[in-house]
Write a protein that binds this ligand. Structure first.
Ligand code: NAD
Ligand code: TYD
Length: 349
């Protein structure tokens, strides 16, 4: 029986990881620690909130005293750390918030783990969830591998890179058993509508403009969120201590092509005439420091641990669109209040 702490479990990826673990490991105890920022939403976990092996802890990873006392009280054996500020555009507006949560917050967790485990690291694990954005940008060719040098370009990716370095440093310096995985862009149910795919689904539903940054010729590698959750489980079970694993969908799309495909699928789903959603595309001012291309080489996790994505992009997009169409109340809840202010500020001319 293990005691597993998942941080950021009320967010997009975290909620899928929590659900997956709660259902798959009935004999383990799963703690979900989350501050419930604008991105955290317990509605994401309604179906598991009463499970006997699940407990929610409302706490901020920046609050060292609280984090220490929770480690002392619950004696977590394994940590899967997802809590973070995660949106590049917000990091451009407010870098300090990203430094606090992503760097200080991570170091607080590392200190609490190190202190509580008191150098008795057998069967302990600090598994840090990170992003491919730490590698910076690719040109038109090439792929990120686990040995690509870090070269972050946004305050978000700089803060994640820094947190990765701290995790590795605690491994080298104190012997803390860690694993890091760096994943490409996720999409799927429960993603906050500030990221490209849910924002555009939301705007199509509201008949609002689809703001494509620059010329739209930026490339991302997309992975369905449940495939990421399953990759995390695979690394958690079989990953080697002190190793890094890149996780990706082998699925590169230029933004403009992705947006056009999404528009087509939405027209079909909504019974609109072909081209109706595409007519909402508006090219807007580019994101400063916009990375041209991300693409992951996921050979290591695939060869060494046997993981590969289970759904195609079309299947994943269909499931995603279906979920947003069925969960309009969720969408209304998360887009009320503070979100309106963010949207007006981010997309003003
Ligand atoms: P998200 O923004 O949807 O969720 C983040 C969660 O962390 C929220 O529930 C929020 O309440 C919580 N949180 C934020 N600050 C906190 C704090 N100070 N204390 C406690 N909880 C706090 O993010 P996501 O997209 O689910 O990403 C989860 C993790 O995966 C992040 O570490 C992110 O860097 C990484 N990642 C994301 C992607 C992606 O495409 N979304 C890709 C690769 C890696
Ligand atoms: P995003 O979902 O913010 O993820 P990331 O920046 O972490 O890759 O953006 C994905 C791509 O879509 C990125 O190239 C920026 C672009 N984009 C737009 O063109 N318009 C938008 O309104 C948003 C949010 C993103």
């Amino acid at each position: 029986m293990k005691t597993i702490l998942i941080t950021g479990g009320a967010g997009f990826i975290g909620s899928h990881v929590v659900r997956y673990f709660v259902n798959k490991y009935p004999n383990d105890t799963i703690y979900n620690l989350d501050a419930l920022t604008y991105a955290g939403n317990l509605e994401n976990l309604k179906d598991v909130e009463k499970a006997a092996n699940y407990t929610f802890l409302k706490a901020n990873i920046c609050d060292a005293d609280t984090i220490f006392s929770l480690f002392k009280k619950y004696r977590f054996d394994k940590v899967i750390h997802l809590a973070a500020e995660s949106h590049v555009d917000r990091s451009i507006t407010d870098p300090l918030e990203f430094l606090k949560t992503n760097v200080l917050g991570t170091v607080n967790l590392l200190n609490a783990a190190k202190f509580t485990w008191k150098n008795n690291f057998s069967n302990k694990l600090f598994y840090h969830i990170s992003t491919d954005e730490v590698y910076g940008t690719l040109g038109k060719t090439g792929l990120f591998t686990e040995t690509t040098s870090y070269n972050p370009n946004s305050p978000y990716s700089a803060s994640k890179a820094s947190s990765d370095h701290f995790v590795r440093a605690y491994g080298e310096t104190y012997g803390l058993p860690y694993i890091i995985s760096n994943c490409s862009n996720n999409y799927g149910p429960n993603q906050f509508p500030e990221k490209l795919i849910p924002l555009f689904i939301h705007n199509i539903l509201k008949n609002k403009a689809l703001p494509v940054y620059g010329d739209g010729n930026y490339t991302r590698d997309w992975l369905y969120v449940l495939d990421h959750a399953m990759a995390i489980d695979t690394v958690f079970l079989h990953g080697k201590i002190s190793e890094t694993y890149n996780i990706g969908g082998f699925n590169e799309w230029k933004n403009i092509d992705l947006v056009k495909l999404l528009c087509k699928l939405m027209d079909v789903k909504l019974g609109k005439v072909e081209g109706a959603s595409e007519s909402l595309i508006t090219f807007v001012k580019d994101r400063p420091g916009h990375d041209l291309r991300y693409a992951i080489d996921a050979t290591k996790i695939s060869k060494e641990l046997g993981w590969k994505p289970s759904v195609t992009f079309e299947e994943g997009l269909f499931k995603t669109i279906d979920w947003y169409l069925k969960n309009t109340t969720w969408l209304e809840h998360v887009t009320s209040g503070a979100y309106q202010k963010y949207y007006e500020k981010q997309y003003k001319e």
